[in-house]
Design a protein around this ligand. Structure first.
Ligand code: GLN
Length: 304
């Protein structure tokens, strides 16, 4: 029997001693207010046993991690048609790069880079009557947690400084791959990214990706095939131009966000989330990646 608790405790101790904790994202001014010394980790196993260490109950901005949730909702609503508007290839580029979008005629490389997630946001805006309310309700439902909220200050902060996202949305519009108003789509996208959750809440939400599409209460949100596809996209595209490195070091499908969160999972075994707001030069949580590398090395559990 693996002693997850003692491994998480050791990981937390090592993180608190680490001198270089990375750099907090400040291109969204509201994110820069967070203390770089925060570290949290939470793991839920297939029997719904929970293990945690550090600030695992403190909420932070999940940012790009939300792209997996918007993709899941859109896939549930329109099915495979989604792949006519966004591809499933890794980009090898930073999350906010626009060059490939132009080269490939407005079809984003995958749904987990910004232009791809903006197309998914457009699909949700088209499909839903009250997009922000209904998306939040979807996430609360998966997590079985009504206390999950948007952080409106973070959303407004990004609205004021998200120039590259405005550029991406306008480029998509020029190629006819955005059906709704740029401002309306980005208002939804900035809110989606501003969802505030703790490591524990993230593992509750992502439990279904390790459990064949069924949430902790056994309700079905995605088919087995859809979960397979989303986990594959997380593995190949979840860490931008560091997806290869994450597969190499950690060996799990996962997703990061510039708020310093990472969620990762081993199908049928466990789901884990880390939070450490300092980022490495590629925009992924520095200590989060180290922590997950330790976890899969110590437990000898990875998809490989
Ligand atoms: N909202 C952020 C952006 O669009 C999300 C980026 C991220 O977490 N990598 O720039």
């Amino acid at each position: 029997m693996i002693d997850f608790q003692s491994i998480l405790t050791t990981i937390n101790e090592a993180a608190s001693k680490e001198k270089n904790k990375g750099k907090i994202a400040d291109y969204i001014p509201e994110l820069a207010k967070v203390d770089v010394n925060n570290f949290g980790i939470h793991l839920i196993d297939n029997k719904q046993q929970n293990y945690s260490a550090g600030n695992s109950d403190e909420r932070f901005s999940i940012q790009s991690i939300s792209k997996v949730l918007s993709l899941s909702m859109a896939l549930g609503l329109i099915g495979e048609k989604i792949w006519t508007r966004v591809d499933v290839e890794p980009s090898g580029d930073p999350f906010n790069h626009l060059s490939l979008l132009e080269l490939e005629n407005g079809i984003p490389r995958n749904p987990l880079i910004n232009p791809g997630a903006i197309v998914i946001a457009d699909i949700l805006v088209s499909q839903l009557e009250n997009p922000k309310e209904e998306f939040l309700a979807f996430v609360q439902d998966i997590a079985n947690d009504d206390s999950i909220r948007y952080d409106v200050d973070v959303a407004n902060s990004e609205k004021r400084t998200g120039f590259r996202n405005f550029a991406a949305a306008n480029l998509l519009k020029s190629y006819g791959n955005l059906k709704n108003d740029v401002d309306v789509v980005l208002d939804f996208y900035f809110h989606q990214c501003s969802l505030s959750m703790s490591c524990a809440q993230l593992t509750n939400t992502f439990f279904m990706f390790m459990n064949h599409g069924k949430c902790r209460r056994n309700n079905i949100f995605l088919t087995v095939t859809q979960v397979k596809r989303i986990n594959a996209i997380m593995l190949t595209c979840g860490f931008y131009d560091e997806a290869g490195e994450f597969a190499f070091e950690v060996g799990l499908p996962g997703k990061s966000g510039v708020g310093g969160g990472i969620v990762a999972l081993l199908p049928n075994k466990f789901c884990v989330a880390t939070w450490s707001p300092g980022l490495n030069p590629k925009g992924n949580s520095k200590l989060g990646m180290l922590a997950l590398e330790k976890l899969t090395t110590e437990t000898e559990l990875s998809i490989f």
